[in-house]
Design a protein around this ligand. Structure first.
Ligand code: RB5
Length: 147
């Protein structure tokens, strides 16, 4: 599995740790889309990099980290084919995959501890979409990309 990851300054420190976690603990191919320094940047510039990588198939899943996770989710979800959400617990990560077929998880680097975010990422990568009744609902969400 290929996982694209990026952050803004609010998520930079956790992004550095999560890159290692993804490569060493999860054994996935990590595409680190920056930034490389903790300087202040604008989260939409990094959200769109990861969102486009997922949308065009360069990556299978995406991980974005900002102060809250909210700005990243708002921006990434504008890209067609991306289902992004701010996620703050492993339970929500599980439902995000099972019910929403989420493909970009957006994390809070300021309000959620690294250990919890690692569990969220682990769950996000390990959980399958349930399909069934959720297939129709996700298709209706996807149709909004083409309205
Ligand atoms: C940056 O200060 C902060 O607004 C950003 O990291 C994020 O939380 C936005 O949603």
């Amino acid at each position: 599995m290929r996982v694209a990851i990026a952050a803004d300054h609010g998520g930079f420190d956790q992004k550095q740790q999560l890159v290692d976690f993804l490569a060493k603990d999860m054994g996935v191919d990590v595409i680190d889309m920056g930034p490389d320094t903790p300087e202040s940047v604008d989260y939409p510039d990094y959200a769109v990099k990861v969102a486009r990588a997922v949308s065009d198939g360069t990556a299978d899943r995406g991980v974005l980290i900002c102060g809250t996770g909210i700005g990243m989710a708002l921006a990434a979800d504008k890209v067609a084919g991306v289902r992004a959400s701010s996620i703050t617990s492993p339970a929500f990560a599980e439902l995000f995959r099972q019910h929403n077929n989420g493909n970009v998880v957006c994390l809070s680097g300021r309000f959620v501890d690294l250990a919890v975010n690692e569990e969220i990422v682990r769950t996000f990568l390990a959980t399958d979409f349930e399909g069934g009744r959720h297939e129709r609902r996700v298709a209706k969400v996807e149709a909004l990309d083409h309205r």
